[in-house]
Design a protein around this ligand. Sequence first.
Ligand code: BGC
Length: 328
Amino acid sequence: MTNKRWTISLILLFFLFLYVLFHFVIATQKIERTVEQLQQTAQPTKSLPHFVLISQEFDNPYWRKVEQGAKEAAKQYDVNVEYIGPLRTNMDEQMKLLEKAIASRVDGIIVQSLNDARFTPLIDKAIARNIPVITIDTDAPKSRRLAYVGTNNFEAGQLLGKTVASRVSGNNKIGVIIGSDTSANQQLRLQGFQSIIAQHPGLSIVAVSASNISRIQASIQAEKMLRMYPDISVMVGTSALDAIGILMAMKNLDRGDVQIFGFDDVEETLEAIKQGKIVATVIQKPYDMGFSAVKLMVEHLAGKPIANEYFTATEIVDATNVEQEGTR
Ligand code: BGC
């Protein structure tokens, strides 16, 4: 009896052993296959040049277009573009991302330089370590960056001013919402705008507030402004979400008598132009900026000389051409 039990136990143990062995072999094979696959997919990208594109705000619709252009160029020129940016605009965080890119010795950095004084030393640090830097959207002209790709922001501000001046009549008080008090592109746009308005005695800017590039803040600031200066008849916004923020404020105050002018071609702005709620917008070319910045970086790495400044186009979109713009 005891012998029989021993035999059964041994047979059971044997089958248990076979079962464990079988699973061990299968699992080992699976791991080997996964490692092989990973090696295969990792190898080609590893040898490609690695560029980092640092934006002001990761999920902002304007920056997503810059990303699209950069990724398309990456495909065409066989490089890797890593798109990064703070979740909500934050200069310190953006500078940390730049520091990280420098520390990880990437092959090229494309960065929006929000503020000259703060970004210039970092850009120069990258150059000192032989990492080429191209500024995008906002320049750091005193830094040692290779090139700037983006809008001529002073001229774009002037274009906004000329557009307002040519479409309003009589005397008008203007309220301005800018994206930020500290970013160079917004200051340049404001200066360009002011330079044109100053040439028109019937027009005057009565207030300027910053939206921190947020549509909610743009709305809050615009509402405050309109309560404080109820005789404002024109409102302008100089960053991508400002005009739709201003429009929200108008709804909240139940006012339809203010003419709104904006910047960029986010979907809601174009829709509001179609509905006659926004008069016009100055559009930039964020896709072209992303594409050209990557292309120029590739050319630089191939030893070709590249221009110091590469200005992308701006255009006015209003009721007359908004349909074509929406389908482009
Ligand atoms: C500006 C960008 C900014 C974006 C914010 C654009 O008009 O060029 O610098 O990040 O608006 O929405």
